[in-house]
Design a protein around this ligand. Structure first.
Ligand SMILES: NC(=O)c1ccc[n+]([C@@H]2O[C@H](COP(=O)([O-])OP(=O)(O)OC[C@H]3O[C@@H](n4cnc5c(N)ncnc54)[C@H](OP(=O)(O)O)[C@@H]3O)[C@@H](O)[C@H]2O)c1
Length: 242
C-alpha cells in the first residue's frame, strides 16, 4: 500500500531533537524522504537519520547555522540536489531567549530575530524554485508568544509575531504553486523541560493540559495535506490564546 507522502521529500530545520525531530520522523512514517537539518546536534541528527532509515525511507543530515544566509543557501541547495526535489519545508529551528525590557541586549535581539524570523524567510526564498516545481508546501513555526506578547521574552515574541505575518505574505507571494501555513504551539511537554512550564500551562489553558509532540505532528500532517488552506496560522495551544 502506498503511503500518503510516498515520493515526497521534506527538509526539516532543527530536526535533531525535540519537535523538529518528531516532525521529521512523522513525515517519514507517512512516506517522505527527509533531510534532517542541525546546527550543533550532529550526533542526534545522525541518530534521527538512522531512525528514518529503519522506516525504509531515505534520510541525510546537513549542518548549517541559519544565522547565515550563505549557509541557508548551501543547506537548501544540498538538500534539493541530494534528493533531486523538495516538496515540504518545515521551518522548526528556533531559539527561545529570555529577555525583558531591561535585559534585552543588541546581541539577544539580533539572535532572536535572525534565527526565528530572518532564517525562515531566507529558507523559503532559497527553497522557492524547488517548491514551485514540486507544487510544495511550507510549514512555519510561530508561537503563542507571537500573539500574547510575553514581557519576559520580548525579542522572541516579536520574532514569532513576525512569523505569523511572514506566513501570510509568503502564502500570497508563492501562490498558486506553493502553500504556506504555520503552527503556533502552546507549551508542548518535552523530556528535560522544567516541570513548572507544564504546571503553569495547565492553569492557563482551557483544555487543562499541555501539548504532546503528537499534537504538533498531527497538525503538520493536516496542513501538509490540506490542499485548499494557505496563509493560515493554526493555534495548537489547548485554547491558551482564547
Ligand atoms: N517546545 C514548545 O513547547 C514550543 C512552544 C511554542 C513554539 N515552539 C516552536 O516550535 C519549534 C520547535 O520547538 P523546539 O522546542 O523543538 O525547538 P528547540 O529545541 O528550542 O530548537 C530546535 C533546534 O533549533 C536549532 N537552532 C537554534 N538556533 C539555530 C541556528 N542559529 N541555526 C540553526 N539551527 C538552530 C537547534 O539545533 P542544534 O541543536 O542542532 O543546534 C535546536 O535543536 C520552534 O520554532 C519553537 O519556537 C515550541
Amino acid at each position: 500500500m502506498s503511503l500518503p507522502l510516498q515520493g515526497k521529500v521534506a527538509l526539516v530545520t532543527g530536526a535533531a531533537k525535540r519537535l523538529g525531530r518528531a516532525v521529521a520522523l512523522r513525515l517519514a512514517e507517512e512516506g517522505a524522504d527527509v533531510a534532517v537539518h542541525y546546527r550543533t546536534s550532529q550526533p542526534e541528527a545522525q541518530d534521527a537519520v538512522k531512525e528514518i532509515e529503519k522506516l525504509g525511507k531515505r534520510a541525510v543530515a546537513f549542518g548549517a547555522d541559519l544565522g547565515s544566509v550563505d549557509e541557508i543557501k548551501r543547506l537548501i541547495d544540498q538538500a534539493g540536489k541530494h534528493f533531486g526535489r523538495l516538496d515540504i519545508l518545515v521551518n522548526s529551528a528556533a531559539n527561545f531567549l529570555p529577555a525583558s525590557m531591561v535585559s534585552t541586549t543588541e546581541e539577544i535581539w539580533d539572535a532572536a530575530l535572525d534565527t526565528n524570523l530572518r532564517a525562515p524567510f531566507f529558507c523559503a526564498q532559497a527553497a522557492a524554485p524547488w517548491l514551485r516545481r514540486a507544487q510544495g508546501v511550507i510549514i512555519n513555526f510561530a508561537d503563542t508568544g507571537g500573539l500574547l506578547g510575553w514581557t519576559g521574552y520580548i525579542p522572541h515574541s516579536v520574532s514569532k509575531a513576525g512569523v505569523i505575518m511572514l506566513t501570510k505574505v509568503l502564502a500570497k507571494a508563492l501562490a498558486p504553486e506553493v502553500r504556506v501555513n504555520a503552527i503556533a504551539p502552546g507549551t508542548i511537554t518535552m523530556a528535560g523541560d522544567p516541570p513548572e512550564w507544564e504546571a503553569d500551562y495547565i492553569k492557563l489553558a482551557p483544555l487543562r493540559r499541555s501539548g504532546q509532540p503528537s499534537d504538533i505532528t498531527d497538525s503538520v500532517l493536516f496542513l501538509v495535506r490540506s490542499k485548499f488552506i494557505t496563509g493560515h496560522v493554526l493555534m495548537v495551544d489547548g485554547g491558551r490564546t482564547l
